[in-house]
Design a binder for this molecule. Structure first.
Ligand SMILES: [Ca+2]
Ligand SMILES: [Ca+2]
Length: 214
């Protein structure tokens, strides 16, 4: 299908579908006209669709988590192109705001003693959880965990998994330590077209992990 036309061949003005240009309630019309964004097929594009989309991201036709309803441009892969479509189709849950992201270790993964300075956090656990807060309705995409700080942000490949930010702005991500300092990089896409790359390095204290026996 021509990306600039709908299924009946009507021309679609993508710029006119940007949320900032739409009157209240137009989100539903935009989603219907595009035939996109409504992953669960209930006629609206809302946080439940974003959650279903995150489950299917990333995937390709044939993989277990592939969901054809989330492959909006029907190219057989669910990737950042589809992410942009659902973020554009879903009516924003808040007024327009700057994209800010805060990240922290889950309380149960923080050590009970003071640790050396690191911009992220320090934990004794190999498997741990990062909790975050940002604009409700955003999508948080993990990098491929092969990035290195020395490569700069251009070396990051944000191939997922992805996480839907809930209506309160909260999200949580399970991660695993594999070395002393572990870089955890995230690409955050908000409903207003904003994007931000954020790094959360975690220092792993493995000797303590073994002693505690988690
Ligand atoms: Ca829906
Ligand atoms: Ca696709």
């Amino acid at each position: 299908m021509d990306r600039g036309r709908d299924e009946r061949g009507h021309r679609l003005d993508f710029d006119a579908l940007e949320p900032r240009h739409m009157p209240a309630g137009a989100g539903l019309w935009a989603a219907t006209a595009l035939g996109t964004g409504d992953v669960n097929g209930d006629g609206t594009v809302d946080p439940s669709d974003l959650r279903a989309f995150a489950v299917a991201f990333p995937s390709r036709a044939g993989s277990p988590n592939f969901n054809p309803a989330a492959d909006f441009n029907r190219d057989g892969v669910i990737n950042a192109k589809d992410a942009r479509v659902i973020l554009r189709s879903m009516a924003p849950l808040t007024t327009r705001r700057p994209l800010n992201v805060s990240l922290a270790l889950a309380p149960e993964d923080r050590p009970d003693f003071k640790t050396s300075q690191i911009s992220g956090g320090a934990t004794m656990h190999q498997d741990f959880t990062i909790i975050g807060h940002t604009t409700p309705g955003s999508l948080v995409i993990e990098d491929n965990h092969k990035s290195r700080l020395s490569g700069g942000s251009s070396a990051y490949k944000f191939t997922g998994p992805a996480h839907a930010v809930d209506a309160s702005g909260n999200f949580s991500i399970k991660a695993r330590n594999t070395e002393g300092v572990n870089n955890n990089n995230f690409l955050v896409l908000d409903p207003f077209g904003g994007r931000l790359i954020i790094d959360f390095p975690v220092l792993w204290i493995p000797y303590a992990s073994g002693r505690i026996g988690r």
